[in-house]
Design a protein around this ligand. Structure first.
Ligand code: UD1
Length: 389
């Protein structure tokens, strides 16, 4: 077997993104690394897990992300093939650039794939958004979280409950650092730039004479557990259709969900004047839609946090959440897929009794700066390559 090169302490910080929910987390980190004194040069690697204009290019523009230095262009595939392809293509990047460390965010397949390659080559891994657990191993993201946290050297957390989860898995607490939420850094930095809902709806060919844009709910659904089975997706869409009689809904359709609605012949359930169906939205469009919504119905992880930060009631169409602080302190309520639970929680919000919540500790717009400060200090105190050798 070929001997792996040792990591270089002076090498760049290699920042990895793969899929849409990574982009808003990495944007503030790249800025904070650039602003750090002494400078922490970075390289942006995109695995290409998401590649569409809607899912990728538009968000890069909105978030002012630099063009990736390296794109692995893996595209869509089964979990095994996608993860394996990222690993295969990422290894030579480490050989070429000899980074001081690899920063991964979130819980997508690219997060785990790159962590695994780096850790096997002795390159330190920093995991941002560590320690979140749904305790539901049928979620692909849960497997990615558990395994990434086991092998990462630095674990940056968004809420204190993450530290208990890590301790339960035997992870030494000295690796974990509570820094706050980089997703909320992006939200606060971009709030003033959010696109007005009326503009987004008009661009989406929604007739504002028919659709009341002053009072609406926002819907997103993309979890395989909700959308991959007609027997689950059908009843969920029926509930949404019924809710839309009381509150018009804006439904931003993920490509997975759109494909399944077509395949299962469910399109009539989301037709009509009361549900505005839009393609996946840009970051600033979604921020505008959420900020002005009466409520949000979603199975997204990030939107549970964003609605808590915005003070907008959120009904999460899942049985569990890896982000319990959004329930304990924020505006989030777990309603699962049960019609009765969804209608009850919806009714409470409509009658003005929705959760008000408060913004959790350290969700203050400065999490990425805390990460850069800690990482900079940590790297400066690591022995140099020569000493290691
Ligand atoms: C992935 C992440 C999930 C994240 C979600 C956000 C994993 C395991 N899952 O799930 O955690 O919440 O991204 O979207 O990493 N497709 C396109 N264009 C694209 C990307 C995908 O059309 O740019 C289609 C593909 O045909 C694919 C389907 O959408 O089959 C699903 O995409 P995929 O990346 O497999 O998973 P997501 O459901 O997006």
């Amino acid at each position: 077997m070929k001997r792996d090169p040792l990591p270089s302490v002076r090498g760049p910080v290699l920042c990895v993104v793969g899929a849409r929910p990574n982009f808003m987390k990495m944007a503030p980190i790249l800025r904070a690394l650039a602003a750090h004194q002494p400078s922490l040069p970075s390289l942006l690697v995109h695995t290409g897990q998401h590649y569409d204009a809607d899912m990728n290019d538009k968000l890069f523009v909105d978030l002012k992300l630099p063009r990736p230095d390296i794109n692995l262009e893996v595209g869509s595939a089964t979990h095994a093939v996608q993860t394996a392809e990222v690993m295969r293509r990422f290894e030579p990047v480490l050989d070429t650039h000899r980074p001081s460390c690899v920063v991964v965010v979130g819980d997508v397949n690219s997060t785990l794939a790159c962590s695994l390659v780096a850790s096997k080559k002795g390159v330190p891994v920093a995991h941002v958004e560590a320690g979140l657990r749904s305790y539901d191993r049928s979620m692909p993201e849960e497997i990615n979280r558990v395994l990434t946290d086991q092998i990462a050297d630095l674990l940056y957390t968004t809420e204190r409950s993450a530290h208990d989860n890590l301790a339960r898995e035997g992870i030494d607490g000295s690796r974990a650092h509570f820094v706050g939420n980089v997703m909320i850094d992006s939200l606060l930095a971009n709030r003033a730039l959010a696109v007005a809902p009326q503009e987004t709806l008009t661009r989406g060919n929604v007739d504002l004479a028919q659709f009341d844009s002053s009072r609406y709910g926002v819907v997103t659904l993309h979890r395989p557990s909700n959308v991959d089975d007609a027997a689950t997706l059908g009843p969920l869409l029926e509930v949404l259709r019924d809710l839309s009689a009381k509150l018009p809904l804006v439904f931003a359709l993920h490509p997975r969900t759109r494909g399944n609605i077509d395949r299962f012949g469910l399109a009539p359930l989301v037709g009509g004047d009361r549900i505005a169906v839009l393609p996946p939205q840009g970051y600033l469009e979604m921020l505008g839609l959420m900020s002005n919504a009466t409520l949000v119905l979603t199975d997204s992880g990030g939107m549970q946090e964003e609605t808590t930060a915005l003070g907008i009631p959120c009904l999460t169409l899942r049985e569990n959440t890896e982000r319990p602080i959004t329930i304990e302190q924020g505006t989030n309520t777990l309603v699962g897929r049960d019609r009765g639970a969804i209608e009850r929680a919806f009714g409470e919000i409509m009658s003005g009794k929705g959760k008000l919540g408060r913004v959790p500790e350290l969700w203050d717009g400065h999490a990425a700066e805390r990460i850069a400060a800690h990482l900079g200090g940590w790297l400066a105190h690591r022995p140099s390559t020569a000493e290691v050798a």
